[in-house]
Design a binder for this molecule. Structure first.
Ligand code: ADE
Ligand code: ZN
Length: 342
């Protein structure tokens, strides 16, 4: 049965199986839940309404976003708060076709406030288990080091994470990029790899291509988060394309912190043309106006991607995931079958 073109595109974007590979769980903290948890703990927040919070989400760079992001998460205190945050995310994206999610969390943003690593990771893990059981979404957890804190603090965080090796799949690197190059964390990543974790890092988000080189050569990462600045360096593009190093692009977030002045200027089309293994993710959906489906829809409309382009992006997201090879193949086949039967 053939369906009208717009309806076909809507179905592909909304209903086809997809992964999310660049998602900060703290970045899914919707204002309604911030208020609910603040009330639960009787803590005051400097906003009177959900609308007032949303009005404050007008960022001019990465730091102005991070300031609000860290402030909001300070109401998260107990295991149940982290559980509620995570299950809310999974429930929402189960309605968007997400079948697998690789989720960042920022332990130091909580341990620095006196919340234990165990409290944070247990709450998140219980929700992920529930998400797999009840919603059929598999997941992998990635603990990120805050790069604006010291390498010693990152090493302490890694050591805390070693007790939860069964629950944590990889390490990552996030927060204020400029001035905090990957080389600062070489020893931490070396130990993480030796301990059997996989590694990813935000690089080339706001800092130059050199940070991407360092992430690849000094940290041993399997994926680059964002990575837009690779486009300034032809030799780097050549390496990323020929080795098919994944780049986890986040269109609405990149526009939200004004790296690009509109989604029309987001370089996804160029990255695809260059043969890079890029896919669409949401980063911090509560802050930047959308989860993976809204990101795909925005970019499709803005740069007029066709059905094959969207299918290609969805396939890239499975290829770039840490899923076991058989499950990857199963999802790739499922995508082809769904497309053929549209
Ligand atoms: N933490 C949450 N979102 C981030 C981003 N886009 N870049 C760096 N750190 C982050
Ligand atoms: Zn990010």
């Amino acid at each position: 049965m053939s369906v009208a073109t717009d309806e076909r595109m809507r179905m592909i974007i909304q209903e086809f199986p997809k992964t999310e590979l660049h998602l900060h769980i703290e970045g899914t903290f919707e204002p309604e839940l911030v208020f609910e948890i603040a009330k639960r703990h009787n803590v005051a927040i400097p906003y009177r309404s959900v609308e007032e919070v949303r009005r404050a989400y007008d960022f001019h760079d990465l730091q102005s976003f991070l300031d609000i992001y860290y402030r909001a998460m300070s109401v998260l205190l107990h295991e149940e708060d982290f559980y509620d945050l995570t299950i809310a995310y999974l429930q929402r994206v189960s309605r968007q076709g997400v079948r697998h999610a690789e989720i960042f969390f920022d332990p130091q943003a909580h341990t620095s406030r006196g919340v234990s690593f165990e409290t944070v990771v247990t709450g998140i893990h219980k929700a992920l288990e529930e998400g797999e059981r009840r919603l059929g979404i598999s997941s992998k957890l990635i603990m990120c080091f805050l790069r604006d804190l010291s390498a010693d603090s990152a090493m302490e965080t890694l050591d805390a994470g070693l007790s939860f090796k069964n629950w944590i799949f990889a390490v990552g690197l996030d927060s204020k990029e400029l001035g905090n190059p990957p080389e600062k964390f070489e020893a931490v990543f070396k130990k993480a790899l030796d301990e059997g974790f996989m590694a990813v890092a935000h690089a080339g988000e706001e800092a130059p291509a050199e940070y991407i080189w360092q992430a690849l050569e000094l940290l041993g990462v399997s994926r680059i988060d964002h990575g837009y600045h690779c486009l300034e360096d032809a030799r780097l593009v050549e390496k990323l394309a020929s080795e098919q190093v994944p780049l986890t692009a986040c269109p609405l977030a990149a526009v939200g912190v004004r790296y690009f002045d509109s989604v029309e200027h987001f370089p996804l089309g160029k990255m695809l043309q260059l043969g890079l293994l890029v896919m669409v993710n949401s980063d911090d959906p509560a802050y930047f106006g959308g989860y993976v489906e809204e990101n795909l829809a925005a970019v499709q409309k803005a740069i007029r991607l066709n059905e094959q382009d969207i299918l290609h992006l969805l396939k890239n997201s499975f290829k770039a995931s840490f899923l076991e090879p058989e499950r990857k193949q199963k999802f790739l086949r499922e995508l082809d079958e769904k497309y053929a039967s549209l």
